[in-house]
Write a protein that binds this ligand. Structure first.
Ligand SMILES: Nc1ncnc2c1ncn2[C@@H]1O[C@H](COP(=O)(O)OP(=O)(O)OP(=O)(O)O)[C@@H](O)[C@H]1O
Ligand SMILES: [Mg+2]
Length: 455
């Protein structure tokens, strides 16, 4: 019988019925048992989705006790299995007892093949649906579309995004470069009632100040030299959707005033325009700069800051997310290995240790870049630490320093002991609590041999 056929265990002691049922369930991979013990062995081995169980089993076929015991034991071993009990014609009460004990359904002899097949098919379908459901709820879920995270720090951020997405409040995403501000802004848009409308992103840092105003607000024909046709700005273009103002900390002061006006009035005026145009956008902005410090230094308007930060979400740097670096590394490995058609199995232990130890100053973006490159460079079927080519990490530095420090202290202590012992090596070794050969090797290690008269 082909492997793909669903398994069905039939527990039946009558050889004639066995044959009949086997024929009846040709579409199944039928496993046959005639005793409770045999049935349990098969359940342990195969975990069949459906069991057809004759309650009148030997040794006392007239009594359902052996059958009921089999039912109980099957369900203990394989609690998701659907057990359909088969009873004699006048054993309705026993059948009900079996259902109360956890049987999925019951069937009374004599056997009508069509009806029995229907019951078994339904049980199998239900089993498969429930199994799929279990798989879905047990599978590691991505907290938000496009976001790979497992750390409590990031899960909290994702929950916050989910919570603020449905309301129209302005959201300020704050985080170091490469922490995922843009992916989160996009996730927020997708979860909002505006998801079917545009998500328009503008990077305030990458557009020269002189152009930024017309980019944001648009212009009328003839507004300035070269303005030969009316052009919509990004704000207007995002109408009904979400406007993502990236690197908001880089917005020049003059434009800050204009943006504030828009946020208060919700109307814009194109450059060279005469009329106000109402625009309905949800504003999300992001910055990697410390806006509070910028406020104090007069580089960012306080009133604008309070407008923009109705809700602020602080995105933690990668080094503060427990377990995320490894998880992201695996995700990027899969992504780039698939793209480059490389069959890489995973990471060597030293590569994983290096990923965990590194500080990731460039955050997720840096990790992604490192992996994109490592997937190309890897010589073996796993990524090695050397393939990552990580710069010397902080931890390595501090352990290096530790070794240096230890050696310095060691050298000084040996010298002092020698001084106290007045150059007597036996005495010095005793003071230090070490053997003479050990002291000799320390003397040569630190070039102290010439300082004492070796006896
Ligand atoms: N949690 C995450 N899961 C999967 N990919 C992520 C995650 N966070 C960031 N990325 C990926 O890392 C890269 C950088 O993310 P993004 O551009 O959103 O960061 P950013 O904070 O806007 O960075 P920058 O300040 O440099 O603009 C993108 O390719 C993004 O897809
Ligand atoms: Mg960005």
């Amino acid at each position: 019988m082909a492997k793909s056929h669903p398994k069905l265990l039939i527990v039946e002691d009558d050889p004639g019925l066995q044959r009949q049922l086997k024929w009846c369930f040709r579409e199944y991979h039928v496993l046959m048992a005639s005793t409770r013990q045999e049935a349990l062995r098969i359940v342990d081995l195969h975990e069949p989705p459906v069991v057809l169980l004759d309650l009148g089993l030997p040794p006392d076929a007239a009594n359902a006790s052996e059958g009921l015991r089999a039912l109980e034991e099957i369900l203990v071993r394989s609690r998701h299995t659907k057990v359909i009990v088969v009873t004699g014609h006048d054993e309705r009460e026993t059948a009900l007892r079996a259902v109360a004990a956890g049987a999925y359904d019951f069937y009374q002899k004599p056997v009508d093949a069509d009806v029995l097949r229907l019951i078994v098919d339904r049980a199998k379908n239900l089993y498969e649906l429930q199994q799929e459901h279990r798989r879905l709820i047990e599978a590691p879920r991505s907290p938000l579309e496009g976001i790979v995270a497992t750390s409590p720090q990031m899960l909290q951020v994702c929950r916050m995004i989910e919570r603020v997405a449905p309301v129209n409040a302005t959201v300020l995403l704050m985080g170091e470069s490469g922490t995922g501000k843009e992916v989160l802004a996009r996730a927020l848009h997708r979860l909002s009632p505006r998801q079917a409308e545009r998500f328009v992103a503008i990077n305030c840092a990458s557009i020269p100040d002189t152009l930024l105003e017309s980019e944001l607000f648009g212009y009328e024909r003839g507004a300035f030299t070269g303005a030969n046709r009316q052009t919509e700005g990004k704000i207007e273009y995002a109408n009904r959707g979400t406007l993502f103002l990236d690197e908001i900390g880089d917005l020049p002061l003059a434009l800050q005033a204009k943006l504030l006006r828009f946020l208060q009035e919700r109307v814009i005026e194109r450059l060279g325009g005469r009329g106000e145009i109402p625009v309905d956008v949800r504003v999300v902005c992001a910055t990697n700069r410390d806006l509070k410090t910028m406020l104090e230094e007069g580089e960012f308007r306080e009133d604008l800051y309070y407008r923009l930060s109705e809700i602020t979400v602080a995105i933690p740097p990668l080094r503060e997310r427990d377990g995320d670096a490894t998880l992201l590394a695996h995700a990027f490995l899969r992504k780039y290995a698939e793209r480059d058609r490389r069959s890489l199995r995973g990471f060597s232990p030293d590569a994983l240790a290096a990923i965990e130890a590194y500080e990731w100053p460039g955050n997720v973006r840096e990790l992604e870049n490192i992996l994109r490159r490592a997937v190309i460079m890897a010589e073996y079927n796993s990524i090695m630490a050397a393939d990552l080519a990580l710069p010397c990490s902080e931890t390595e530095i501090s352990s290096l320093r530790l070794r240096e420090a230890r050696e310095q202290v060691e050298q000084r202590t040996v010298s002092r002991a020698l001084g106290q012992a007045n150059g007597n090596l036996a005495r010095a070794a005793e003071l230090l609590g070490i053997s003479r050969p050990t002291l000799y090797s320390l003397l040569s290690k630190y070039g102290l041999k010439g300082t004492v008269a070796v006896d």
